[in-house]
Design a protein around this ligand. Structure first.
Ligand code: MN9
Length: 295
């Protein structure tokens, strides 16, 4: 199976005042981050506000991003919806535009058995024929797996790997060790350096749209054995993340992009627009981040 390595922004979805996709801003974010050296993009995920978009907007988003990236990175498309058929339909609608893999959160809201969840992934992988990435995000989906369950899921045919959006590094370490032919993506930017130390090689994260350079730098320093510099960069990133999380990570990321000169609009309602005070805080955090920063 294809290998994935490096930094993959979980890209935000820029929208206009009518909450329609702003393709111009999308292109600006993609070009900026590709220039920094990201390996590809995770599209229509949590950070992309996927569950606030209409199905046809998600398809438009994925197809547009594939067109802009045009082979310069891997596009991983989150096509997960509430039902198996709905997810397969979305995967089919983007199958011809060059996505490297599809991904889905476990079906949620109704309390499914683990067997039903496993069957969902089997059905996705076999119907789409595309490498399929499990999106493990218990805090949002309300579905959690123990380590053995995840290992069993990962051994399923057609499963590419897992996006581990959990702080449980003991579980992540076990997945890396037990599932050597699978891709384990780190999903919490705050623990990128610790994840590298247990053998993870790739990360998908929200903050990479605004500071991908810092996280690429962490891996470079780690690979070169320069732990002191890697720790310094993780610290810089985490100070920024603290402010983003206090404000609300997704609206805050769009706010920072605006300060960086790319107007991606506000998050879709019921998210609320940022206040003037939020922008002040973000401006200060951004100044602190790049103040004397060496990558
Ligand atoms: O895609 C993101 N997870 C969520 C991964 O959005 C829930 C992370 O990048 C977090 O936003 C980030 C802040 O906790 O680590």
């Amino acid at each position: 199976m294809k290998q994935f390595e490096g930094i993959y922004p979980a890209i935000i979805t820029p929208v206009d005042a009518e909450e329609e996709i702003n393709e111009k801003a999308l292109e600006q974010v993609i070009e900026k981050t590709l220039k920094q050296g990201v390996s590809g993009f995770y599209v229509s995920g949590s950070t992309g506000e996927s569950f606030l978009l209409r199905d046809e907007q998600r398809v438009q988003l994925i197809r547009t991003i594939c067109g802009i990236v045009n082979g310069r990175g891997d596009v991983i498309a989150n096509i997960g919806t509430f039902s198996t058929k709905g997810s397969i339909r979305m995967a089919e609608a983007v199958a011809d535009c060059g996505v490297a893999a599809v991904s889905a959160v476990p079906p949620f809201y109704f309390p499914y058995s683990k067997e039903e969840i496993l069957q969902y992934y089997r059905d996705l992988a076999s119907a789409t024929g595309m490498p399929t990435l499990i999106y493990n995000i218990p805090k949002m989906s309300g579905v959690s797996f123990d380590t053995q369950e995840l290992i069993d899921f990962l051994k399923t045919d057609g499963i590419l790997g897992v996006k581990q959006t959990t702080m449980d590094l003991m579980q992540t370490e076990a997945l890396v060790r037990e599932c050597t032919d699978k891709v384990i993506f780190n999903g919490h930017d705050e623990i990128w350096l610790p994840a590298l130390s247990v053998g993870v090689k790739a990360a998908i994260g929200s903050s990479f749209s605004i500071m991908g350079d810092v996280f690429i730098g962490i891996k470079k320093a780690f690979d070169a054995g320069n732990m002191e510099h890697a720790r310094y960069l993780q610290g810089k990133g985490n100070a920024m993340l603290k402010t983003l999380l206090e404000i609300g990570i997704f609206p805050a990321i769009k706010g920072v992009l605006k300060l960086q000169g790319i107007d991606c609009g506000d998050c879709i309602k019921p998210f609320q627009p940022l206040t003037a005070k939020d922008y002040e805080k973000l401006e200060k955090a951004l100044e602190d981040l790049y103040d004397g920063l060496t990558i």
